[in-house]
Unconditional design. Structure first.
Length: 67
């Protein structure tokens, strides 16, 4: 569905998979309120050489948990 939407608006959809959640270097990170959006930001920075802008879809979860 995302690929079709990207084609419709003329944007490339880049699918990203990571094992960062499992590889925290021994740190006990709470994947809840703040960590997930920090990881999304880290992935966006990693894509910076090839992507000028990264869009993160909003979630249906109210603050402070939503993306």
């Amino acid at each position: 569905m995302l690929d079709a939407m990207g084609r419709e608006v003329g944007k490339e959809v880049v699918h990203v998979a990571t094992n960062l959640r499992d590889n925290t270097g021994g740190a006990a990170l709470d994947w809840g309120m703040f960590t997930h959006i920090s990881v999304i930001a880290a992935i966006a920075f990693t894509l910076a050489p090839t992507q000028a802008r990264v869009f993160v879809a909003s979630s249906d979860v109210p603050p402070p948990w939503g993306s």
